[in-house]
Design a protein around this ligand. Structure first.
Ligand code: CDP
Length: 219
């Protein structure tokens, strides 16, 4: 089977990364988590500045080095050689990342890096603008979503499993707030590509979603 390029977009907590990792493992593909790259930039901004202004974001993005490594199905994230795999999932990072992601300079820099990473094929890349901007010629395009209740429930469970104290209402609010910013920004907003297949995973198991995507890859 030819090595394909698979693009998965969708709102926060839709299950993109879980599903993408499983599809990548099944096909022997590389999984590229573009959200982790935006989170990595946000992490460095928070480390070095009190205020998250466009000016501060651009000055950080100018000479940041973001790397992803993959071993045994695990992605590790590095900023200037420092591992930030856990730090990028902190609630404060989730809160400021849309502010970082709406800055043109950041998007241009990360988009170029993402295209390079996908250039050899055999990749599954997830994010917000993959099918619409980063890889418009992807072989398979999916828009994965679920109801806000289901997404908040999944994100709550995920954070609890990692030891964060959390409650459903604040997570639901945070997710809705982030989706609104991602959907309403001027540059590469979150939107379903016309030629992407919509999968609503509200009433589907993870395995069912994975099966559906694998089938699309072999059709
Ligand atoms: O995992 P989760 O759905 O919470 O989000 P993520 O994929 O880690 O992405 C974090 C944030 O990065 C998003 O809310 C967007 O603001 C931004 N992002 C983006 O603008 N474009 C992408 N291709 C990926 C993420």
């Amino acid at each position: 089977m030819n090595k394909k390029v698979i693009a998965i977009d969708g709102p926060a907590g839709a299950g993109k990364s879980t599903v993408s990792k499983m599809v990548a493992a099944k096909l022997g593909y590389v999984y590229i988590d573009t959200g982790a790259m935006y989170r990595a930039v946000a992490c460095k901004v928070l480390r070095e500045h009190k205020n998250v202004t466009d000016e501060n974001i651009i000055s950080i993005a100018k000479d940041i080095e973001v790397d992803l490594t993959y071993e045994d199905g695990l992605t590790k994230v590095f900023v200037d050689g420092d591992e930030v795999t856990n730090e990028i999932r902190m609630p404060l990072v989730s809160h400021v990342v849309p502010k970082v992601a709406k800055v043109g300079f950041v998007r241009e820099k990360l988009t170029e890096l993402q295209r390079k990473m996908a250039s050899r094929g055999g990749v599954i890349m997830d994010g917000r603008d993959i099918a619409t901007h980063v890889l418009p010629n992807a072989d398979v395009k999916i828009y994965l979503t679920a109801s806000i209740e289901e997404r908040a429930r999944r994100r709550c469970d995920e954070l609890k499993a990692k030891g964060y104290e959390t409650d459903f209402d604040s997570i639901a609010k945070e997710i809705a707030f982030r989706d609104k910013q991602d959907m309403e920004r001027d540059l590469a907003p979150l939107i379903k590509a016309d030629d992407a297949t919509l999968i609503d995973s509200s009433d589907m198991t993870i395995d069912e979603v994975v099966e559906k995507i694998l089938k699309m890859c072999t059709d």
